[in-house]
Design a protein around this ligand. Structure first.
Ligand code: FUB
Length: 613
């Protein structure tokens, strides 16, 4: 729903900087050159306290959310973004907020998410309503994008201190660290929501955490925000040092419980925020350092933004000095425009906002004339011929200018958007495209009259040189046409419950977990190619954990390619399955079958808007 209140003032402020950035790009770039200025990662809200996590080929970035115009750490919710390439980030919305913890009333501060037991555990500091004390809560979800639910209905642990981080050691023992002004840990049990023993205070010695001058109450540099991980047998604790303002420093230890040795600074004091907060991951063969600063318009100590730099450890395992840039990390690979891309997958957004979409997921909204979305490094290859976008409008709409290289770059297509009768009444608009070849930065620039024009949920380019959806009737609009059943079960077309369009496809009567809707794609596959799958699923009975799988039979041997992870579907809404997998075989391919199955059980489920390309 569009809110009744006017467009936030920060939106107008942000557009000013985006114009400046695009001018810089226009000067610095020629067509086909990779664009710059992709830090901070998110432009449409303030984000803080990054906690990155790598899972299934994507970096998930969990953050806090500084409210507009904050003059304190006014934070009520957490956010999650994800990226396969470290430059185009998908906004997954608000998977958890203060209301998740019925016993908490304020301070949705710096947390950490860790995967375990097929679930995702999010440890956060919040203020306990009953006594006003900062404590650590833990929430759990079946998917990295949530929704997260309170795992305990009470704090996990609490002593008035903040900033939890978790290390799961090689043997499986997990440690929860937190603290400001102290530094503490407990040993978590395998269930990740209870612990053994009591909280242990880590000795803050100057040998372990450096020397702070002129503060007898805090003689070491350690301030807050520990980030503990293991690399090549060495334990690292990266932390915010010496408030205020803070810099990022680190210590190392031979074991998860110390003894710690101070190793020096990583990131100097920079960036208009008196706090900083680090998260470090390895992804796709590179190392990435996440932090926050006050780089957006209106930004500062209480209106922060998360950014990222790629770095390489020194040969002896020490950190190099890492400084803040507006360039950010280089792109990993390219973005495929011939599969469905979420509109909220953004390298740089100007003027736009995001919100929950009525048909599932998140959409881009509050679009006004001149706003735009930049998507970096889009691999058009030999050329796109069409552009389609999922749009909704309660006003008279406008148009999407499909541009390359900059927001004022060449227009390769223009799609009109009319009124759809509501901000969440979705339809698909398609227009012809000419001149989109090679790998370019894509700019979707929105144009029209005054006020909000339309919302956009997702988009996709088409071409004639292959690369389209390999499935027949993937959107299920033509009943059961094109679909068969692997094993047992009965297909039916459902006009009553749809994800998009007017029909979905259901299966009931399954007698084994591997039974499900299927299509033979033998003649359509290319050996050694990467394929992206998206499927929307919904339970008809129970809570089936649905996944897409490809069976390949070559030279008499059958192998199975997992196309998406299994995700639990429920009957109340649609859940997105998505994944990218390399498909290859040896010898002669005699059968390739795309199918949906469940991790276990025989519950019935619905599918819609299925794409395999
Ligand atoms: O975001 C609130 C607090 O600011 C965090 O918990 C600290 O790490 C500092 O970044």
């Amino acid at each position: 729903m569009k809110p009744a209140h006017p467009v936030p003032s920060r939106k107008r402020a942000r557009r000013v900087v985006a114009v400046v950035v695009s001018l810089v790009c226009a000067v610095a770039l020629s067509p086909g050159t990779a664009a710059r200025a992709d830090n901070p990662i998110v432009q449409h809200i303030y984000t803080a306290d990054p906690a990155p996590m790598v899972h299934n080929g994507r970096v998930y970035l969990y953050t806090g959310h500084d409210e507009d115009g904050s003059t304190n750490f006014t934070m009520r919710e957490w956010r999650v973004f994800s990226s396969a390439d470290t430059v185009n980030w998908t906004d997954h919305g608000v998977p958890m907020n203060l209301a998740t913890f019925a016993w908490a009333d304020a301070n949705a501060w710096a947390g950490h998410v860790t995967p375990r037991n097929g679930k995702f555990y999010w440890y956060v500091p919040v203020r306990q309503r009953s006594n006003g004390q900062m404590v650590i809560g833990v929430a759990v979800a079946d998917s990295p994008t949530g929704p997260f639910r309170d795992a305990l209905g009470r704090p996990l642990v609490g002593n008035g201190e903040i900033d939890p981080t978790v290390l799961v050691d090689d043997g499986g023992q997990a440690y929860l660290y937190w603290g400001n002004p102290g530094l503490w840990y407990v040993r978590l049990n395998p269930d990740m929501i209870s612990f053994s023993g009591s909280a242990t205070r880590i000795p803050l010695t100057t040998a372990g955490f450096g020397t702070r001058v002129g503060n007898s109450a805090r003689p070491t540099l350690y301030e807050e925000g520990p980030w503990v991980f293991k690399r090549n047998g060495l334990y690292y604790n990266v932390f915010a040092a010496e408030c205020c303002s803070e810099f990022i420093a680190y210590s190392t230890a031979p074991s998860p419980t110390g003894p710690w040795t101070y190793r020096g600074a990583i990131m100097p004091r920079q960036g208009s925020s008196f706090t900083n907060h680090a998260g470090v991951v390895d992804f796709n063969g590179g190392s990435y350092f996440f932090y926050h600063n006050g780089a957006l318009p209106g930004g500062g100590g209480f209106t922060r933004s998360v950014a990222v730099e790629k770095f390489a450890y020194n040969a002896n395992g020490t950190f190099p000095t890492i400084t803040m840039t507006s360039t950010g990390a280089p792109q990993v690979g390219t973005l495929n425009p011939y599969v469905r891309q979420e509109a909220e997958t953004i390298a740089w957004g100007s003027g736009i906002e995001t919100e929950s979409a009525g048909e599932g997921g998140v959409n881009v909204g509050w679009i006004e004339n001149g706003d735009y979305i930049k998507v970096k490094g889009v691999a058009f290859g030999t050329g796109a011929t069409s552009f389609s976008a999922r749009v909704a409008s309660a006003s008279s709409g406008g148009r999407i200018e499909v541009r390359l290289d900059s927001s004022t770059g060449p227009i390769v297509g223009t799609c009109d958007v009319g009124s759809t009768g509501g901000w969440q009444n979705w339809t698909t608009t398609t227009c012809g495209v000419s001149g989109a070849t090679g790998t370019r930065d894509l700019y979707l620039r929105f144009a029209g009259g005054g006020g909000n024009l339309f919302n956009i949920n997702y988009w996709q380019f088409g071409n004639t040189a292959g690369g389209g959806n390999l499935l027949t009737n993937g959107n299920a609009e033509n009943g059961t046409t094109g679909w068969g059943v692997l094993g047992s079960g009965t297909l039916s077309s459902h006009p009553d419950v749809v994800h998009g369009g007017t029909r979905s496809l259901g299966i009931t009567g399954r007698t084994a977990s591997w039974n499900g809707p299927s299509q033979n794609v033998t003649s359509r596959l290319t050996n050694g190619r990467s394929y992206t799958t998206t499927v929307w699923v919904r339970a008809q009975s129970g809570t089936p954990s649905v996944r897409a799988t490809l069976s390949l039979t070559a030279n008499g041997t059958t192998t199975y390619v997992s196309l998406t992870p299994a995700v639990t579907a429920n009957a109340n809404g649609w859940t997105l399955l998505t994944g990218t997998a390399n498909v290859s075989w040896g010898g002669t391919l005699s059968n390739a079958t795309f199918y949906l199955e469940t991790a276990a059980g025989t519950d019935g489920f619905l599918i819609d808007d299925v794409s395999f390309q």
